[in-house]
Design a protein around this ligand. Sequence first.
Ligand code: HSE
Length: 429
Amino acid sequence: MSTFRLALVGFGNIGSGLVKHIIEKKDLLAQRAGVPIELTWIADKEFEKPRGVTPPTSAKLTTNWREAVTAANVDAVVELVGVGADGKPTLAADIARAALSAGKHFITANKGLIAAHGGELHELAAKNGVLLLFEASVGAGIPIISSLQTGLAPDRITAIHGIVNGTCNYILTQLDSDSSLTMQKAIADAQALGYAEPDPRFDVEGNDTAYKLVILASLAFGQELSVDDVSLDGITKLGPEEGAYAKANGLAVKLLASAAQLADGSASLVVGPAFIPATHVLAGVRDVFNAVLVEADPIGQTMYFGRGAGQGSTGSGLLADAIFAAKLQKAGSPDPQPLRIPRGMRKPADPNAVEHRFYIRVRTEGDSAKADQAAALIGGRKIGPGGATQAFLVERISLSALDKLLGKLSAAGFPDGAICKVRFALGTT
Ligand code: HSE
């Protein structure tokens, strides 16, 4: 093998960053991989739009992804097409199946793809003697996937807590430092900076975080978990009230992804806004930065931190995978795949068995009868004098009881969009 040859499918913002990285760090990459890394194909829907980088002359351009993916002069396919408008990774899954079946290593940043098809694709990769690699799918270039697969391989992982959506963390940081800023303006800023998904609802409603948590927990707990197993909430209902409550009580508000393996081996997965101590190390993770805290036995706590989105970080994650594949291919390793997502093994926790302390705020429009009605339904302790909204503390409630409570509030005329709930986590319970 004289070069390690890549086909890139998807020449957008992240793809063009990857091409720049390959050109600018050519010598370093060759030294680290043991062979030069060469781009032999680039596939995209069109090549008219300026990308800010000229593809190297080694790369043939095509609008037919199958031609690139199955070409003889390709060792690995890098897929960066994302998910469709319906949020489903249909095209990415077709590309992955075609690449792996053609005996090409498959490298992706696509969390939607791995969260939905990780088990199937790992099986297909193993059958074809190639690698499925997805470091950039969680935390961009932060080496959390390889840490779970290799560095933490001797340890039993019991819990994971992560801030894994750069857009939401950026928005929450902006709102925290400027209380006059609106959520809409903060989202528009995150889009302009290139952090947000094409449809930013996937960020702010928590789906992107849920995909990433599913990938981490599936690897960590040896199960093929699904987004359907995640108790999911986003940041759209947070308001200045939560910021004020956090400040007054020495807390910070984060979109927190938490996974825990319960005593019976089942996995509890929760994504949603959380109050954490302002002094906790995760509270200091600001702007687009991500961090994942892993609790494992016997190593204890370890933490992984860095830029969780953007060209530079994602390109780094993708090329770390390319270097890993190139080295193993060069060594002729017969069974190179590290820790896999095992197909069909899935044990989500019983939502009756998972309890948290919650803050719940409802809109009462200053109507004291409505506030009394909410108090009777929620049964928690009132916080503050009320006004247009009223917040309550609910000491312990199971996730299933919480769902039922939200249903009752909605039936009583409190619209879902106006109910804000925040979990207490990381020592605030
Ligand atoms: N929209 C994602 C984020 C991109 O903001 O984290 C990286 O997965």
